[in-house]
Design a binder for this molecule. Structure first.
Ligand code: 5GP
Ligand code: MN
Length: 321
């Protein structure tokens, strides 16, 4: 880490213009990690040109003060000296921001996905870390972290650790969180308002998906689906589905949970979670996706039953191994 940290700061110091971006459909870790870098760089290097881009800004993260300064358009294709990517395990997940990756003189990727493809000039990937925010924290100087930066980092950590409960949560995670709390983070607000709080619509879809779920693999698996018609009926967007897969995973007896979200004709965004045996990242990678051992995703084509049968086949092989 020390050698990587040194190289990271060499690149950042040498650049006059820096763009920061995460992945498509930004989640808490993506937003928190990018905003922490954006605020820290802006504070430490007031004379550099620093920008941050998100495909969209989910409403629950709007409370981060500086997020209004972020770009949500990247058609300018501007050439930056340095492009820092946070939380994206492959180039495709950059979405439209790929243009900055292609055009920038230097690229750095900071991430915690075991499936990371090491696609940047400098890759700082810690697969054991709870979150990308945890990796970023280790690149920063503690005394330069103010309450706003700490809030962004805390946001990233709680989202990717499921509020400190997934197995990637370590002593280090908790110690970092402790430092951030001392910086004045309003922890109850961040946890309740960005993680647990649900809108009425989100609750309705959750209810519908749970109602239509099916137990498979003799009670060790659970599957469900969100169709485009359901999304239209509820007037929902993909962000409204956060947390549904976790509720499926928590079903008693379940080892693996799979949620298919219909994104086009015979096309599904697949979310997978496991409890302690199945390596869902390995399965997602077979279909061009990725993620973590216990949480991964990919996009697949076929009918609902074809996709589910294919995935359950791989789950069964692992469960019987
Ligand atoms: P989710 O199921 O919440 O969409 O994603 C779970 C985890 O898998 C996240 O860490 C996310 O980064 C990763 N993931 C989900 N979908 C994809 C995908 O299509 N490609 C890659 N590389 N990772 C994905
Ligand atoms: Mn993450």
């Amino acid at each position: 880490m020390n050698q990587l940290k040194k190289r990271f700061w060499q690149e950042v110091t040498a650049a006059n213009s820096i763009m920061i971006a995460g992945h498509i459909r930004p989640d808490g870790d993506c937003v928190g990690s990018c905003m922490a870098l954006y605020q820290y760089f802006s504070k430490v290097f007031p004379n550099k040109e620093i920008d941050v881009y998100f495909e969209s800004i989910p409403e629950q993260f709007g409370f981060l003060e500086s997020i209004q300064k972020s770009k949500t358009e990247c058609s300018d294709g501007k050439k930056y000296d340095l492009f820092v990517v946070a939380d994206s395990s492959d180039k495709e997940r950059l979405g439209d921001a790929k243009v900055y990756f292609e055009n920038s003189k230097k690229t750095i990727c900071v991430d915690h996905h075991i499936s990371n493809l090491n696609y940047a000039d400098l890759n700082i990937v810690e697969a054991n870390a709870s979150s990308t925010a945890e990796v970023i924290y280790q690149l920063l100087e503690e005394e330069k972290i103010d309450c706003e930066i700490a809030t962004a980092l805390y946001l990233g950590i709680i989202h990717d650790s499921g509020v400190f409960k997934y197995e990637s949560t370590s002593r280090k995670t908790m110690e970092i969180a402790g430092v951030l709390i001392e910086k004045g983070v309003d922890t109850a607000k961040v946890i309740d308002e960005t993680f647990y709080q649900k809108t009425y619509i989100q609750n309705q879809i959750l209810g519908r998906v749970l109602l239509e779920s099916m137990m498979v693999l003799e009670g060790k698996g659970i599957v469900s689906c969100v169709t485009q018609r359901m999304m239209e009926f509820f007037g929902a967007n993909s962000g409204d589905l956060d947390g549904i897969i976790e509720q499926l995973r928590l079903t008693k007896g379940v080892e693996v949970a799979i949620l298919l979200v219909e994104t086009g004709i015979l096309t599904y965004k697949v979310s997978m979670r496991s409890v302690k045996k199945v390596d869902v990242s390995e399965i997602a990678l077979k279909f061009g996706g990725g993620g973590h051992v216990r949480a991964a995703g990919c996009t697949m084509t076929g009918t609902f039953h074809d996709v589910i049968n294919t995935l359950l086949g791989y789950c069964e092989i692992q469960m019987n191994a």
